[in-house]
Ligand binder design. Structure first.
Ligand SMILES: *Cc1c(COP(=O)(O)O)cnc(C)c1O
Length: 386
């Protein structure tokens, strides 16, 4: 007997390929594909391979373990890891040819030690804080540059890159972006005067790549847009407007359908009530899988041609939707939380041209599409379409 998954995230790799090509065409610089956090929930290794095939020259991750997973899967493209606590295994990083971001002199010291113990040269990208006030060196920049120059002379490191990160790139025309770019240029100038010669200066994320060609420098770091999502729907418009194709479809099985009377209180806390006699559907995915508990009825599922809103609170493994009295939906049908009905599931009578999206879920609980896709948990099976 064949069994079907309870919940699936279906990843259209050809959409990712098209998005990478579309973004590369808008950039004067090559691209680093950002695949941190399980490739924004889309699957680390499959997405990394696809991005490289589509023309990305580099891969970027937050954690060293993400980089090591890519190397273990025989991904050979250059990889930069930028969130490596000073207790990390820099020996493993250097042995596996992983470039390391350096935000402070303490980090630099640990990486130098690891390189010396191996008698190898560590490849590093110095991180400067240009105004976001999160990662990177601020007052310490001059010392970091000076210590890096010394370590480069000794052969312990090679400074491959200098980089920083925008705080407000998703606000086109925002002056703060110019201020950050100016600070970045000054930091690079200082590094050059100190005898460093980084071949890769990189500053832009997806939003800056789309909005601000002056910030491309030698490499752009593409995250959210590569997955087909808009960096900010309000300020930059929808995926469609940006020419991007959302790559992820999320669906779960309709577990139960039943008729209920008007004024039934639904779910924990009885926070919602049916308005009339109706059918409710129990969807077999919940907050343990990443569905936000506080999503309101502006999110829901598409079953067949019909959008059915959430009613009541999302539970750990399930939530309830209002299917409507006339619904033909049956237990075992697929309910689509993100994206339109796909494949053979469409049937002959399928005509719907609307669906719920990562953006509608974000709107339904006051967050951003980034959080909706990255929080999809490990119980949800990933399926890849080429
Ligand atoms: C996550 C991340 C990116 C990608 O940002 P998007 O907005 O998803 O394009 C780029 N650079 C760094 C350092 C990041 O942490």
């Amino acid at each position: 007997m064949s069994t079907e998954n309870r919940a699936e995230a279906i990843i259209d790799l050809s959409a990712i390929e098209k998005n990478v090509k579309h973004l590369l065409a808008q950039s004067s610089a090559p691209a680093l594909a950002v695949v941190k956090a399980n490739a924004y929930g889309h699957g680390l290794v499959a997405v990394a391979r696809t991005a490289v095939k589509a023309g990305a020259s580099w891969l970027g991750v937050a954690l060293l373990e993400e980089a090591l997973t890519l190397r273990a899967a025989r991904v050979s493209a250059p990889i930069l890891a930028w969130l490596t606590p000073i207790s990390d295994d820099f020996v493993a990083a250097i042995k596996n040819n992983i470039d390391l971001a350096i935000p402070s002199v303490s980090h630099l010291e640990q990486v130098i030690k690891a390189a010396q113990s191996l008698q190898l040269t560590a490849r590093v990208h110095l991180e400067v804080d240009t105004g976001m006030t999160r990662g990177g060196a601020l007052y310490e920049w001059k010392e970091l540059v000076a210590e890096s120059k010394k370590a480069e002379m000794s052969g312990a490191i090679k400074v491959i890159g200098v980089w920083s990160h925008f705080a407000r790139a998703d606000e086109p025309g925002q002056e703060f972006n110019e201020l950050q770019r100016n600070n970045f240029e000054k930091a690079i100038e200082f590094a050059k005067q100190s005898g460093l010669n980084p071949e890769l200066r990189h500053l832009s994320n997806s939003a800056a790549t789309i909005n601000d060609s002056k910030s491309n420098f030698d490499l752009v770091r593409l995250g959210i847009a590569m997955y087909g999502l808009s960096p900010d729907v309000k300020t930059m418009g929808s995926s469609e407007k940006l020419g991007l194709i959302p790559a992820l479809t999320l669906r779960a099985k309709l577990h139960l359908v039943k008729e209920v009377p008007a004024s039934s209180k639904v779910g924990y806390g009885g926070t919602a009530e049916t308005q009339s006699d109706t059918k409710i559907g129990v969807i077999s995915i919940g907050y343990a899988d990443g569905v936000p508990r506080n999503a309101d009825s502006s999110a829901g599922v598409l079953i067949g041609n019909k959008m059915s809103p959430i009613i009541g609170r999302v539970s750990m493994d399930q939530f309830v939707v209002d299917l409507g009295k006339e619904s033909q939906a049956r237990a075992g049908d697929w309910a689509y939380l993100i994206g339109g009905v796909i494949g053979s599931d469409k049937g002959d009578s399928y005509t719907s041209d609307t669906c719920y999206t990562a953006d509608s879920w974000a709107g339904a609980c006051g967050t951003i599409n980034y959080e909706i896709v990255t929080r999809i948990g490990p119980r949800v099976k990933r399926i890849y379409l080429d």
